[in-house]
Design a protein around this ligand. Structure first.
Ligand code: S3P
Length: 437
């Protein structure tokens, strides 16, 4: 894994065709593996995480053909028991959604992952899947991977999840697809976790009632295949939205970005900070489809803001790069209600605080977020004899990309173990393209 050094390079100008949305890419493969016929996917994210899901779908019997015009998924007549352990790599979405998929089946599957994934909480899926009647085991009593899953789920149930998590909610819906389920999650000011699974299941003909907080899935007899045109990933767009906002003279166009309202907290947070972002919606391609827009961002002077409650939930993955924006903004920013950030690919609250401190920012780490003083100045740190900041990015793609953005303002930033292959393999090349020669 390479170390990357980023230095200030001037304005970002031009347009980017961002890679496909990671959450939707996983679901397009997994749900079509359960469908009654072949489906075609365009714009699928080609990254390590999605490859892990594709390999798992193949191990379950799907034929996944990668062609010039997209990816075709031909599901098996019925899922087959994988001959080997299924490796989910760094991908929490792969592991948690797959756990749900296989828990519905009369088979035994072992799910494993890398060092980062092996530290992440799996009790949150083990508990509800056990309540549905599947046998789940793993390290620390099933709280950590590798996980052993033996289905099938036995009975319909009404479940209340203690945490708002799209991965857990999706695992439950997928596990209970044959028996039906009612599943509730805690809402933040009326807002729940991302709803990509619900949208896709509805497009596939499942009877799924309710929104967010409480969903009722009727037993599913068959799922129609669904062709998916995967929008660009707003979570990947976030790095350019922040970079172009902060670096004077920048203007960047981002094409065809997914703007599902459960995900657009990063736009609202940046706009509250004074960012200049124009959102140009595409016409809707139909019921339950994912909304899409082109985004144009121009540099502006950012000010501090409060990011908490529903807003924090709607931009959780983007909080590290929003914290970078806040460090360079004028005035104080409070990030709160984001304790979930501690159990992502790394403890993102601790890593973000440590990284920003290394850059010289005024930052206080809190149990559920960060307090940022703002006012960090742009420039070369080594111009004053300071060697620059070294950021530990191991196991966490979003920390690497967030601090690459920081390096464009205040370098040199040494990104140690900068592996962005999980979500955005071409990130550094796309960044280079916007920076020009
Ligand atoms: C994801 C859900 C989120 C998010 C993750 C992807 C998904 O996690 O942070 O990057 O695709 O379902 P939660 O399970 O906490 O919602």
């Amino acid at each position: 894994m390479d170390d990357v050094v980023v230095n200030p390079r001037g304005a970002l100008r031009g347009s980017v065709r961002l890679p496909g949305d990671k959450s939707i890419s996983h679901r397009a493969l997994l749900l079509n593996t359960l469908a009654s016929g072949p489906a075609h996917i365009t714009g699928l994210l080609d990254s390590a995480d999605v490859r892990a899901t594709a390999a798992a779908c193949r191990a379950l019997g799907a034929d996944i053909e990668v062609g010039l015009s997209g990816v075709t998924v031909r599901p098996p007549e019925r899922l087959v028991e994988p001959a080997d352990v299924v490796d989910c790599g760094n991908s929490g979405t792969s592991m948690r959604l797959l756990a749900g998929v296989v828990a519905a089946e009369p088979m035994h599957v072992v799910l494993t992952g890398d060092a980062s994934l092996s530290r992440r909480p799996m009790g949150r899926i083990a508990h509800p899947l056990r309540a549905l009647g599947a046998h789940i085991d793993g390290r620390d009593g099933g709280r950590l991977a590798p996980l052993s899953i033996r289905g099938p789920v036995q009975h319909a149930l009404e479940l209340d999840l203690p945490v708002a998590s799209a991965q857990v909610k999706s695992a439950v819906l997928l596990a209970a697809r044959r028996v039906g389920v009612t599943v509730g999650e805690p809402l933040q000011q009326g807002v729940g976790s991302r709803d990509h699974t619900e949208r896709m299941l509805r497009r596939m003909g499942a009877s799924l009632e309710g929104e967010g907080g409480r969903l009722r899935l009727e037993p599913v007899e068959r799922l129609d295949p669904v062709d998916v045109d995967v929008p660009a990933d707003l979570s990947s767009a976030a790095f350019f939205l922040v970079a172009a906002s902060l670096v004077p003279g920048s203007e960047v166009l981002l094409h065809g970005v997914g703007v599902n309202p459960t995900r657009t907290g990063v736009l609202d947070a940046l706009q509250a900070m004074g960012a200049d972002i124009a959102v140009r919606p595409h016409p809707s391609p139909g019921e339950h489809a994912e909304p899409i827009a082109d985004l144009v961002v121009r540099s502006s002077v950012l000010r501090g803001a409060r990011i908490d409650g529903a807003l924090a939930l709607r931009c959780l993955d983007e909080l590290p790069v929003l914290a970078v924006a806040a460090a360079f903004a004028e005035g104080e920013t409070v990030i709160a209600d984001a304790a979930e950030l501690r159990v992502k690919e790394s403890d993102r609250i601790a890593r973000t605080a440590a990284g920003l401190r290394a850059l010289g920012a005024d930052v206080e780490e809190r149990p559920d977020g960060l307090l940022l003083g703002g006012g960090l100045t742009a420039g070369q740190m080594d111009a004053d004899g300071i060697a620059g900041a070294r950021i530990d990015c191991t196991g966490d793609h979003r920390i690497a990309m967030a601090f690459a953005v920081a390096g464009l303002l205040r370098g040199p930033v040494h990104l140690a173990g900068a592996d962005v292959s999980t979500s955005y393999p071409q990130f550094f090349a796309d960044l280079e393209g916007l920076l020009g020669s």
